[in-house]
Design a protein around this ligand. Sequence first.
Ligand SMILES: Cc1cc2nc3c(=O)[nH]c(=O)nc-3n(C[C@H](O)[C@H](O)[C@H](O)COP(=O)(O)O)c2cc1C
Length: 352
Amino acid sequence: MDAPTGPIANRWTRLVGVAHPIVQEGLGPFRTPRLAAAVSNAGGLGTVSMPGMPEDLEAGARLFRDHIEECATLTDRPFAVNIPVGVDANGEVLPFTDVYIRMVLDARAADAELARRLTVLTTSAGFPGAYVDRIHDAGMVHQHKVGSTRQAVKAAQAGVDVVLAAGFEMGGHAPAAMVHTYVLVPSVTEAVDVPVLLTGGARDGRGLAAALAMGAEGVAMGTRFITSRDNSDWHPAYIQALLDAREGDDVAFDGVYGPCRGLRNAASDELVGRGRHGGSDAVAETRWKIESMQRAQTEGDVEHSLVMTGQVASAIRELVDVAEFVPAMAQEAADVLRGVVGSQLGTPVAVG
Ligand SMILES: Cc1cc2nc3c(=O)[nH]c(=O)nc-3n(C[C@H](O)[C@H](O)[C@H](O)COP(=O)(O)O)c2cc1C
């Protein structure tokens, strides 16, 4: 079956086989199978998120697999999974990464219909070099999210197919290098030959057009898709807190694999400015943070739990319908690139 084509078609849309260069990226440790399916059905690429790292990792893997299978029943288009390469204070890869990647590869090997849909694996956080061959041998596209040009070059040299350039304004796991998209994306697109997606701060077709102008081939969004009518799995109070957020209401605090960006509240106040916890109870503290994030999402406790969001929440006032939003965003980007820039060009006059 030929991939559908939208108003913007490029190396990335052809590689992944989607109509629009628009991704709903991983939103762990939360439930996103319905949101992912909605984005894939709309012609973008949806992502099933990792469900946290419970003490019983096999139980975590079963829950993750349930989410993946739920997504596959809701769409017959390509979709992705996001699995961070978790690294502890000593640089050791945390066991959940291995367990979850193995689960994804096994699930695909056992089910050809699932393998036809679940075609992209996006890693993030630590260096994914140890997984590149396994992901490729399974026939999947490997995307990796980076926060610096140096990491982008390293990932591309290791063989990843796509780099996501993550700016510090992004929601969730904000990169420690603290470089913003406007600085990072052109540097990354100059430095690597593989397709690059901008992640952090995009919310409409203008942002997509800007990303394309900087040499990227698409955008990967989190906050814009959290605030959609298709995100029926999250507590309404979480979504409302993002709609109510204004400039300055977000903050980067000591998070799970490094800094995290979320709303200022009692929970994030406790973590702001406190260096990374490296002691023997670091794992327990990480679990506490993950449970706090999950409480915000499931119970709507937005005052005393960690509410992850990007800075762009300050500019989002309304929910969108994903089915309409994704193609309209691609069309707006195409219109911007064709029209607005041209309309600002002066008419050359002869001088002298
Ligand atoms: C609530 C939330 C959870 C996130 N969880 C993850 C995650 O598990 N893995 C990951 O790589 N990125 C995660 N991110 C980052 C997103 O995948 C995406 O890169 C980011 O949201 C882009 O910035 P934006 O929110 O400004 O669109 C998360 C972001 C948010 C807001």
